[in-house]
Design a protein around this ligand. Structure first.
Ligand SMILES: *Cc1c(COP(=O)(O)O)cnc(C)c1O
Length: 392
C-alpha cells in the first residue's frame, strides 16, 4: 500500500479501523459521481437512474443478510445506525419502560448513546464480560426487567475480535418480548450473518469496514419494528431517514458487500490461517506475550495481544517508522489511562495491559506482510526493553 508518508510500501494491518477501497468498488461508484449525478427524488431520467441504483443496492444488501429490501435503511455509517437504533427505540417505547441492557465493551457509538439516554433519565445496565470478552446469555436473561425495552450487544468486538453469543441472546430477547439490536459493524461482510437464522430486530453495518467508502452504512430494521426517524426532513428511505441519498456511497457499499459475500468462505479460511500464523509467530518469537480475546469465537482477521513490560504507544511509533501500521489498545484518549476500556474489562494484568497491540488483517494481507510486521515488532520490543527509563 502506498502512502506519501512512507518511503516504501507500508504494511497495513489496521483493517478494523478502516479498509482500503477495492478497485472494483471504486469503478462501480465512478459513474455516480459525475455522469449519473441525479437526485433519486426527481422524476426525470437522471432521477430514474439514481432510483434504480438505489433499488439495486438495497436488494443486494438485503440478499447478503437474507432480509427484505424494505428492511434496509441507508445511513451515514455505523455511528449513525447505532445512535438511531438505541436512541429511537428507547424513545418509541418510553411508555413501556426506560431500561436498556448493553455490555461494557461496546463501541463508543453505543456506550455514548446510552450515556446520553442516562442523562435523560433512562437506566442502563452495562453487563460484564468474561476474560475472553464474552457476554453471558444468562446474565442478559437475569438483567431483563419488566421495564426493559432494548438489548444491544455487539456481534463482534472491534478491539479483541470476540464474537458474542448473538443466537442465544436473541432467543432470550424474543422469548421475553424485548427488542434486540446488534452492532455488526465489525462482523458484517466478514462472517456469514443471516437475519433469518439470528433473532435480531435491528443490525448496524458500515461500508468502510469492508472495502467500501467511508460515510455510508445501513441499519437493518426487522419488518414490524416500530422506530421513529432519527434524521427528520424529506421522505427518503420510506420516510424513515431524511436527506438526499448518497448514491455513489450506497452503490459502492453494495458492490463491496457483494464482493465480500462472493468470496467469504475462502477469505475466512485464508485470513484465519494467516491470523493464527501471526499469533503463533508472535508468541514464539517474543517473550511475555498474552493473546487477548477468544481463541476460536473470533473474527477471522483479528489478532490482539499484550506484551509484558513495554509501552504500547511507544511501540506503535517505532512500528510506524518501519512502515507497519497497527493499533494499540484502541485510539488513545489523551490525558486518560493508556489502557483501553475493553482490555481493562478482560482483567489483563497491568504489566501486560499497557503493551497491547491490535493487528487486523484483510483479504489483501499476505504472509510477507505478517513476516515483516513480526520482524519489526521483535526488534522494537527488544529495543524498548533494553532502553532505560527516561528520568522524570
Ligand atoms: C467502526 C465502528 C463503528 C462506527 O462506524 P462508522 O461508520 O465509522 O461511524 C461502530 N461500531 C463498531 C463496532 C465499529 O467497529
Amino acid at each position: 500500500m502506498n502512502n506519501s508518508k512512507y518511503k516504501e510500501r507500508a504494511v497495513y494491518l489496521d483493517n478494523a479501523a478502516t479498509t482500503r477501497m477495492s478497485d472494483e468498488v471504486k469503478a462501480a461508484m465512478e459513474p455516480y459521481l459525475k455522469e449519473n449525478f441525479g437526485n433519486a427524488s426527481t422524476i426525470y431520467g437522471y432521477g430514474e437512474t439514481a432510483k434504480e441504483a438505489l433499488r439495486n443496492a438495497r436488494e443486494t444488501i438485503a440478499e447478503t443478510l437474507e432480509a427484505k429490501p424494505s428492511e434496509i435503511f441507508f445511513t451515514s455509517g455505523g455511528s449513525e445506525s447505532d445512535n438511531w437504533a438505541v436512541k429511537c427505540i428507547a424513545g418509541e417505547y418510553k411508555h413501556k419502560g426506560t431500561h436498556i441492557i448493553t455490555s461494557k465493551i461496546e463501541h463508543h457509538a453505543i456506550l455514548n448513546s446510552c450515556a446520553y439516554l442516562e442523562q435523560l433519565g433512562y437506566e442502563v445496565t452495562y453487563l460484564d464480560v468474561d476474560e475472553y470478552g464474552l457476554v453471558s446469555p444468562e446474565a442478559v436473561f437475569n438483567a431483563i426487567r419488566d421495564d426493559t425495552t432494548l438489548i444491544t450487544i455487539m456481534f463482534g468486538n472491534n478491539e479483541i475480535g470476540t464474537i458474542e453469543p448473538i443466537l442465544p441472546i436473541g432467543r432470550i430477547a424474543r422469548e421475553k418480548g424485548v427488542l434486540f439490536h446488534t452492532d455488526a459493524v465489525q462482523a458484517y461482510a466478514q462472517i456469514p450473518i443471516s437475519v433469518h437464522c439470528y433473532p435480531v430486530d435491528l443490525l448496524s453495518a458500515s461500508a468502510h469496514k469492508f472495502h467500501g467508502p467511508k460515510g455510508t452504512g445501513f441499519l437493518y430494521i426487522r419488518e414490524g419494528v416500530k422506530i421513529p426517524s432519527f434524521i427528520h426532513g424529506g421522505a427518503q428511505e420510506s420516510g424513515k431517514r431524511a436527506g438526499t441519498e448518497n448514491i455513489p456511497g450506497i452503490v459502492g457499499m453494495a458492490k463491496a458487500a457483494e464482493i465480500a459475500a462472493r468470496g467469504m468462505r475462502r477469505r475466512i479460511q485464508r485470513e484465519t490461517m494467516l491470523r493464527n500464523y501471526l499469533l503463533e509467530k508472535v508468541t514464539h518469537e517474543i517473550s511475555g506475550v498474552r493473546i487477548n480475546g477468544h481463541r476460536t469465537r473470533r473474527l477471522p482477521g483479528n489478532a490482539n495481544f499484550s506484551i509484558r513490560g513495554v509501552d504500547g504507544a511507544s511501540l506503535l511509533i517505532l512500528l510506524d517508522e518501519d512502515g507497519i501500521c497497527v493499533s494499540g489498545g484502541s485510539a488513545c484518549n489523551t490525558g486518560e489511562s493508556r489502557i483501553s476500556y475493553v482490555i481493562r474489562e478482560l482483567k489483563v494484568p497491568e504489566e501486560y495491559a499497557a503493551g497491547t497491540i491490535r493487528m487486523t488483517l484483510s483479504g489483501d494481507t499476505t504472509r510477507a506482510d505478517i513476516d515483516a510486521a513480526v520482524a519489526s515488532l521483535k526488534q522494537n520490543v527488544a529495543r524498548l526493553r533494553d532502553e532505560p527509563c527516561t528520568p522524570g
